[in-house]
Design a protein around this ligand. Structure first.
Ligand SMILES: Nc1ncnc2c1ncn2[C@@H]1O[C@H](COP(=O)(O)OP(=O)(O)O)[C@@H](O)[C@H]1O
Ligand SMILES: [Mg+2]
Length: 309
C-alpha cells in the first residue's frame, strides 16, 4: 500500500470525465490507499471504497475509468455471494452513521464494509492457461513457481490442470513469483497448503460457472486474511482487475487473446511515446470510453445482468 496520493483536502476528487480518483473522508483514523481502493478503519471493520483509478505497467494513471469502482464492487459482491467460502464482505450499504455526517452519495455502489483481517502477505494466483508472467517463466524454465509443465505448450494454451503460482505482495513495483516451498517457509505448511487448496477450489468453481456464461478465466489472484484463526477471502474477487477473462468463442491458443480490461489502455500507453519510467500521461477520451465498455461487458457477460453504472 502507498499513501502518496492521500493528501487531498476535500472528500471526493473527480477527474474531468467524472471518474472518482480519490477520497478523503472525515473518518477518525487515517486511511490507507491501495492502487485502486481507499481503505478506512472503522474499529473492527473496514470501509473499503473502490475508486475509479486504473493502473497499468505498475503506475496509477492520472485518468480514471468512470464507474469502474462500482463495477468492481458489484462483481466482487456477485462472486462472494456465489462462492461458498468464508469471506470478509459484511455489507455494501453505506453505514448510517456516515450518511448522517457527510455527503456519502459518491460512495453508493462502491463501498464495502468488511471484517478486518490480518492479510496474508502473498498473492494467491491460480492459472488454468498459459499467459503473462507464467508464460515468460515457462518459456525460460519449463515450469511456473515450481510446477513442472509439459514441453511444447504455446501462448494461452490450456494447462493440463490448474496450478497454484503464488507471488509476494510487493510494496512497490512488480510482484515476485515464488514457489509453494517459499510460502511454506514463511507461513508454515498447514496454512500454505490450506491456501493452495482453497485457491484451486475457488478457481475450479468459478471456471465452471464462467464457462456457462461463455467466459474463460485464464488466471486469477486471490487475497486471504486471518480472522479468529480462520482463513477468509478478502479484497476483491474474480474481477477484470484481478483476473484474465477471455471470450470462449474466440479463444485460440498460439497467440494473445483479446482481454476484457486494460487492453486498450496498455496498447495506447505503449504507442503514445511514454517511457514507462516517468509520470504516465492522461488517457484520451476514446480509450477511456472503450475501456469502460469492456469492463461493463465483462460484468454483464459473467453475471448475466445489465450493469447499472
Ligand atoms: N478484510 C480486509 N482486512 C484488511 N485488509 C484488507 C481487507 N481486504 C482488503 N484489504 C487490503 O486493502 C487494500 C485494498 O486496496 P487495493 O487497491 O486493492 O490494493 P492493492 O494495490 O494492494 O491491490 C489491499 O492492501 C488489501 O490487502
Ligand atoms: Mg487489491
Amino acid at each position: 500500500m502507498n499513501d502518496s496520493n492521500c493528501d487531498d483536502d476535500s472528500y471526493y476528487q473527480f477527474d474531468e470525465a467524472g471518474a472518482l480518483l480519490s477520497t478523503s473522508l472525515p473518518l477518525p483514523l487515517p486511511r490507507q490507499c491501495g492502487k485502486v481502493r481507499d481503505v478506512y478503519d472503522m474499529g473492527d471493520q473496514l470501509l473499503i471504497v473502490s475508486t475509479d483509478r486504473i493502473s497499468a505497467f505498475d503506475y496509477i494513471l492520472p485518468s480514471g475509468i468512470p464507474a469502474k469502482g462500482k463495477l468492481l464492487t458489484a462483481m466482487s459482491e456477485f462472486w462472494f455471494d456465489k462462492l461458498k467460502v468464508r469471506h470478509h464482505l459484511r455489507s455494501t450499504e453505506i453505514p448510517a452513521e456516515l450518511s448522517s455526517e457527510f455527503d456519502t452519495s459518491p460512495l453508493v455502489g462502491r463501498s464495502m464494509v468488511v471484517e478486518k483481517a490480518k492479510v496474508v502477505p502473498f498473492e494467491c494466483v491460480v492459472r488454468g492457461y498459459l499467459e503473462g508472467s507464467g508464460l515468460k517463466e515457462y518459456q525460460s524454465t519449463g515450469q511456473i513457481c515450481g510446477n513442472k509443465l509439459p514441453d511444447g505448450l504455446v501462448q494461452c494454451d490450456k494447462l493440463p490442470e490448474p496450478i497454484f503460482t503464488p507471488a509476494t505482495k510487493a510494496v512497490e513495483g512488480h510482484d515476485e513469483n515464488v514457489s509453494i516451498g517459499r510460502m511454506i517457509a514463511d507461513l508454515g505448511s498447514e496454512l500454505a497448503l490450506q491456501l493452495r487448496e482453497m485457491s484451486l477450489q475457488i478457481y475450479r468453481t468459478a471456471l465452471q460457472y464462467a464457462q456457462t456464461q461463455g467466459i474463460l478465466i485464464a488466471d486469477t489472484k486471490f487475497e486471504f486474511g486471518i480472522v479468529d484463526d480462520q482463513v477468509i477471502l478478502v479484497d476483491e474477487v474474480l474481477t477484470p482487475d484481478s483476473s484474465r477473462f477471455w471470450a470462449a468463442d474466440s479463444y485460440q491458443p498460439g497467440q494473445a487473446q483479446p482481454s476484457f480490461d486494460k487492453q486498450f489502455v496498455r496498447e495506447w500507453l505503449s504507442q503514445c511515446g511514454w517511457d514507462k519510467q516517468s509520470d504516465p500521461p492522461k488517457l484520451p477520451a476514446d480509450v477511456i470510453d472503450q475501456t469502460a465498455a469492456k469492463y461493463a461487458e465483462a460484468y454483464e457477460q459473467i453475471t448475466g445482468k445489465a450493469f447499472a453504472g
